[in-house]
Design a protein around this ligand. Structure first.
Ligand SMILES: *Cc1c(COP(=O)(O)O)cnc(C)c1O
Length: 381
């Protein structure tokens, strides 16, 4: 019998409570019934984002909200700084290109966090930069960025700070307003305990001014249009009714746990996962690891593609491999969303079993032992 464990960095596990809500019959969205739910969802989103500003909701994957934060903010020819330290950072540059903006790309070695001072230097060299695009958790490398520091730098300039928090929101700490983040974007299928299909954007007053002044030619991901509808507690187009109903349930669960405890749960599980792999001589890929996802360097001689395939197809535990130049060299295991301490234990034991099968020599059981010991040390219940 094979039981499935979804421990990939998106899509991630969805609680049964949320799935059951989404199994109910669909109803019409231009109704008081939907509006009441949508209003509650709005409050829940503000809480998770830690913002007082409205949070736009789109029926799309996370990239839709990213696209809107470029196409609604930048006019053709505008300059923007984009930080690339992995696959998702690259997306910012590609989006700028797609909309005719000039991306000044700050490249960071994969697995390293951007040094906020380098952003400061670039902003001083280019006074006409309209926006700075960064990633809270670079999912391809499992790396966390220091958004608070970057926010302090960008806030006193004419530029706005846009953060891709698609995988980070609800896993790694993000204080959107306090950290001076002007646009934070997220998606439903990472740490928000939902299937794929919703994208979000929390937008500040400063960002709205930039949006007002932009000469844009977008349509579906037009932030202004989305905001005009949101002001009437509505959406510009047909909302993903079923996902919004599920979202209400998942947001209620986060609220009940409290966001601080949600962050702590991710921190505990990530620490447990890290000690597991380190206990059997594996190295972390990131020098500043995020809590949402752990990227691990596979030992020399172990076929990384076989590892990911085997652990999923034969053991039922889905993790992700590496992308681009680290393909076959790392694996990524998520702690995001609906995951608790026992998911970490499952992950550790599955990693041991597969590595053992692939010929790696280590003290059997020591990764799982370290994972459990770390959880006990942290008093996780
Ligand atoms: C998953 C993810 C995205 C969005 O990807 P979609 O497939 O469009 O949902 C963007 N940024 C990061 C960091 C992600 O992890």
């Amino acid at each position: 019998m094979k039981k499935e464990f979804l421990l990939a960095p998106g899509p991630s596990q969805v609680p049964a409570e949320t799935l059951l809500e989404m199994a109910k019959p669909v109803f019409h969205h231009r109704t008081k019934r939907f509006q009441n739910i949508f209003a509650e969802v709005q409050e829940g989103l503000k809480y998770v984002f830690q913002t007082k500003n409205p949070v736009l909701v789109f029926a799309s994957s996370g990239t839709g909200a990213m696209e809107g934060s470029v196409s609604s903010v930048l006019s053709p020819g505008d300059k923007a700084i984009t930080v690339t330290g992995g696959k998702f950072g690259q997306r910012w540059k590609n989006l700028c290109k797609a909309f005719g903006a000039e991306a000044i790309e700050l490249t960071v070695e994969w697995g390293k966090s951007v040094d906020p001072e380098t952003i400061k230097d670039l902003l001083q060299q280019h006074k006409d930069v309209k926006a700075v695009y960064v990633t809270l958790v670079e999912t391809s490398t499992g790396t966390l960025a220091d958004i608070r520091k970057i926010g302090e730098i960008v806030k006193d300039t004419g530029a706005i700070l846009v953060v891709d928090a698609v995988s980070g929101l609800g896993a790694d700490k993000l204080l959107t307003d306090e950290w001076n983040v002007d646009i934070a974007v997220a998606g439903s299928q990472k740490a928000l305990m939902l299937p794929p299909g919703l994208a979000f954007a929390a937008v500040s007053e400063k960002a709205w001014k930039a949006i007002e002044n932009a000469k844009t030619s977008n349509f579906y991901f037009n932030y202004k249009k989305a905001k005009a509808s949101l002001d009437k507690n509505d959406t510009a187009f047909t909302p993903a009714v079923t996902l919004i109903i599920g979202l209400k349930k998942s947001l209620d669960m986060i609220k009940e746990e409290t966001i601080e405890k949600v962050w702590k749960r991710h921190a505990d599980n990530a620490a447990s996962m890290r000690s597991a792999v380190e206990a059997i001589g594996l190295k972390l890929f990131s020098s500043n690891p995020a809590n949402a996802v752990t990227a691990v360097v596979l030992p020399e001689g172990v076929d990384g593609l076989a590892f990911v395939k085997k652990i999923r197809d034969e053991y039922g535990v889905t993790m992700a491999g590496g992308q681009d130049h680290v393909k076959g060299k790392i694996f990524r295991v998520a702690q995001m969303g609906y995951a608790n301490q026992f998911d970490t234990v499952v992950a550790s034991s599955a990693v041991e079993m597969v590595l053992s099968e692939l010929g790696y020599k280590f003290d059997k059981g020591s990764a799982t032992k370290a994972a459990v010991a770390e959880l006990i040390k942290r008093g996780v219940k």
